[in-house]
Every structure is written in structure tokens, then in C-alpha cells.
Design a protein around this ligand. Structure first.
Ligand code: ATR
Length: 279
């Protein structure tokens, strides 16, 4: 790893709370693997402070920001320009400071999700997809599934109004029900059900089939009850760390114009999750 000097470039991750963010571990590992004299630091920015944080990167020449809860919408309103995904979602997870001092906001979560499927050898074009949940992550995924050319996206959520809003982000989106899993090619869980060792499943395991691909964006634990059930019936199981890694690949590409090594990011994330689990 390069020594920190006056020439070291800095990016930040802002959130509240931010201390549990995996972003510094992922990004710093990839900076080191690529021999880049860059560092990421975490900044705990209180709710309502996002616009000040964006102004601060201009003042300090901090090259970019990763943005997490609860600032994604406020940052979208605070930057000078947005990429198409950020416009559609009214949400930003990445800020880039231009040479002219202007700020650009992007949303890389959905693209990261699609790349994680590609990495797992799954081509989503023309597929029928069921998305469980309709929160921020689901919105990014449904938008990007539409861009990637899927045939159908059924959004299943306990709150119908959010499902409707989420489904509208894709031209082939609609509100669905668990019955849609029967005719689907890909099932994506975006709800927190199964997180933290609860052992819960977000749907009846009897709905899973060997010819279904199943992705759970929950990565704590990495093998969620849903993924274990999918593997038990020989379905193609895709874990959630790929989305985390590949949204970060897009971020680093935007900041540095250098494509980072996803394997270095994934190894760092796995090591950090293991450390936190006390392993
Ligand atoms: P994220 O930003 O990670 O997407 P979120 O915006 O809080 O998180 O969204 C969580 C999603 O999981 C929501 O769709 C939520 O359903 P509601 O819209 O009805 O709140 C869903 N969810 C959360 N807990 C759930 C549970 N126990 N069972 C089913 N769905 C759940």
C-alpha cells in the first residue's frame, strides 16, 4: 500500500450510522491492489446534513463520495447533474467532483446488481423476474432489470402502494403475488427477511424449483436461509455480495477512471464480514 502523502486522493462514504459500512474495506483493498494512491474514509453525517457534505467536498477537493442511508435522496437534490438511473430513482449512491468544481450524482446499485448476475453466469435478457420487496434496493434493481431487457418484472410487497411505485420504474414492471414465482425464471429477495441469522424465509420454500435462479441481496449471513433452500432444491443460488462489490466497481471507475479488481473487493468484504462474525 502506498504511503499517505500530500498527493494522496481522498474519497468518502457518508451515512448515519456509517461505522458498519463495508465501503472503506472494499474500496481501500481495491486501491491497494491497483497501486492507486487513493484512500476512502467514513464520515458520519447527521440526517439533514447531506447538502453541507456535498458543499464540503467542493471546498476540500475530496474527489468523490459513496452515499448511504439516510442521504441518498437529499444528495440527489444537492448535486449539479445526475445520471439517468439517479434521475429515475431520485436517489444517488455516488458523487463525483469534476475538475470545474461541479458535482455529478450517479446510482450504481442497479448496474451492480446486473453485473453480479453476469458474473454468476446468468444472462437476464428476456427473463421473467419476481422481486420481493419494494424499498430502495428493489427500486434500483427493478429500474435496471428494465434497462437490461427482461420480459416481465412482478413486484411482490406487503405494502401495495410501494409495490406499485416500484413496478412503475420498469416498462415491464407490474404488481405481482407469490403465485408469479411459478412462471418465473429469476427470484430476487430485497427484503431483510433472513438477515442476521433469523432463519426466516421470505417465501414458502415449496415455491422454489431447480430451474429457478434465486438471488438474495442480503449478505449477512452470506448463505441466507433462502439461498440454502435454493441450493437444497438444485436452483441456481446467487449471493448478495456480488451486488455490493459491483456497485463499488462502478463507483471506483467513476472516481478514478481505472477499473478496480472485483476479486480484491470481494475478498476484503468476506474478510471483514468474517472478522465481524468473530471468525
Ligand atoms: P432497502 O433500502 O435495503 O431496500 P427498505 O427501503 O427499508 O430497505 O425496504 C425494505 C423492503 O422490505 C420494503 O419493501 C419492506 O416492505 P414495506 O414496503 O411493506 O415496508 C420489505 N420488508 C421489510 N421487512 C419485511 C418483512 N418482515 N416481511 C416482508 N417484507 C418486509
Amino acid at each position: 500500500m502506498t504511503e499517505i502523502s500530500g498527493a494522496t486522493r481522498v474519497v468518502g462514504v457518508i451515512g448515519s450510522p456509517v461505522r458498519h459500512s463495508l465501503s472503506p474495506a472494499l474500496h481501500n483493498a481495491a486501491f491497494a491492489a491497483g497501486g492507486l494512491d487513493w484512500r476512502m474514509l467514513a464520515f458520519d453525517v447527521a440526517p439533514g446534513g447531506a447538502a453541507d457534505a456535498v458543499a464540503a467536498i467542493r471546498a476540500l477537493g475530496i474527489t468523490g463520495l459513496a452515499v448511504t442511508m439516510p442521504h441518498k435522496a437529499d444528495v440527489a437534490a444537492a448535486v449539479d447533474a445526475l445520471d439517468p438511473a439517479a434521475v429515475a430513482l431520485r436517489s444517488v449512491n455516488t458523487v463525483v467532483l469534476g475538475d470545474d468544481g461541479s458535482t455529478f450524482g450517479a446510482s450504481t446499485d442497479g448496474a451492480g446488481f446486473i453485473d453480479s448476475l453476469t458474473e454468476a453466469g446468468y444472462d437476464v435478457a428476456g427473463r421473467r423476474v419476481v422481486v420481493l420487496g419494494a424499498g430502495g434496493a428493489a427500486r434500483s434493481i427493478v429500474y435496471s432489470l428494465g434497462v437490461a431487457g427482461v420480459a416481465d418484472v412482478a413486484v411482490v410487497n406487503r405494502t401495495p402502494a410501494s409495490a406499485e411505485e416500484c413496478a412503475a420504474l420498469s416498462p415491464v414492471g407490474r404488481v405481482g403475488s407469490f403465485a408469479d414465482v411459478d412462471g418465473a425464471d429469476l427470484l430476487v429477495n430485497t427484503t431483510p427477511v433472513g438477515m442476521g441469522g433469523s432463519g426466516e424465509l421470505p417465501l414458502d420454500a415449496g415455491l422454489l424449483r431447480p430451474d429457478l435462479a434465486v438471488c438474495d441481496i442480503v449478505y449477512h449471513p452470506l448463505e441466507t436461509p433462502l439461498l440454502a433452500a435454493a441450493r437444497a432444491c438444485d436452483a441456481h443460488a446467487i449471493d448478495g455480495l456480488g451486488m455490493l462489490v459491483h456497485q463499488a466497481v462502478h463507483q471506483q471507475l467513476l472516481w478514478t477512471a481505472h477499473r478496480p479488481d472485483p476479486a480484491a473487493m470481494r475478498a476484503a468484504a468476506e474478510q471483514e464480514l468474517l472478522r465481524r462474525a468473530g471468525g
